[in-house]
Ligand binder design. Structure first.
Ligand code: SAH
Length: 238
């Protein structure tokens, strides 16, 4: 089944074009229910946590967490998405180059502690953004080209501080019916990518079939959320 989508590639230009043409059906106007449901577990009592949003789009979850006093760092290739995020949430921002990543720009709202990098995720690293206490991965692993997943997992793990709670949202459906993105990511794939260095816990699994996803040709769709933490013996490296 995995091989059905293994060679599918979306280029960065194609993603930017989707934003230009407003083909952004993945964007949700309200805070993601699964993030809300599991936030307490992710925080486990911590305040002012540094949250990373890989492939952030203009997710309103970023504002919600910042309003709760957390620090938010996102990465997104579409400058239009980043500008819309700040404009739609009535936030001012400053814009600056990122000396270590050619062509990248950093958009920051200072009072809310939100920093969004306009660049390819694969140019980002802990030397640019430091490490994080939490990661919210919705529409990110499922949007990355399947051939880049190992590289993606290695990058994500390098961004995890020793106490990091990585909340990962995956989708399951029959890949014979739809080519993606979003791509289907079965649990075995999550285990292959993260299982050797991390402990994995499946927190929730819900039926997520909607009119929108039925229109893709799907007959079933399951959305799962996993909590991923570094195994204790790996903590010494971070
Ligand atoms: N997480 C967001 C967006 C999901 S869609 C949400 O839940 O709404 C995936 C997003 O990743 C798109 O906005 C796309 O422009 C961006 N993207 C895709 N590949 C990227 C890459 N390699 N680096 C940075 N951004 C990327």
């Amino acid at each position: 089944m995995l091989d059905l989508q293994a060679d599918r590639v979306m280029s960065l230009t194609e993603w930017e074009n989707r934003w230009q043409e407003n083909q952004i059906g993945f964007h949700q106007p309200t805070v993601h229910t699964m993030l809300k449901t599991h936030l307490e577990k992710v925080l486990s009592g911590r305040t002012g946590v540094r949250f990373f949003f890989p492939l952030c789009g203009k997710a309103v979850d970023m504002k919600w967490l910042a309003d709760l006093g957390h620090i938010v760092v996102g990465v997104e290739i579409s400058e239009k998405a980043i500008r819309q995020f700040f404009e739609e949430n009535n936030m001012t921002f400053v814009e600056e180059p990122v000396s270590s990543i050619p062509g990248a720009k950093l958009f920051k709202n200072l009072e809310k502690n939100i920093s969004l990098y306009k660049c390819d995720l694969f140019s980002f690293s802990s030397s640019v953004g430091g490490q994080f206490g939490a990661i919210w991965d919705r529409g990110s692993l499922v949007a990355i080209n399947p051939k880049d997943r190992k590289r993606y997992a290695a990058l994500i793990m390098s961004l995890m501080g020793s106490d990091c709670s990585y909340l990962l949202d995956t989708l399951l459906y029959n890949p014979e019916l739809y080519k993606g993105p979003p791509f289907f990511v079965p649990d075995v794939e999550v285990h292959n990518l993260f299982g050797s260095s991390c402990d994995l816990e499946l927190l929730q699994s819900v039926d997520a079939l909607t009119d929108r996803t039925r229109a893709w040709g799907l007959d079933s769709l399951t959305e799962k959320v996993h909590l991923i933490t570094l195994k204790a013996e790996d903590n010494s490296h971070s």
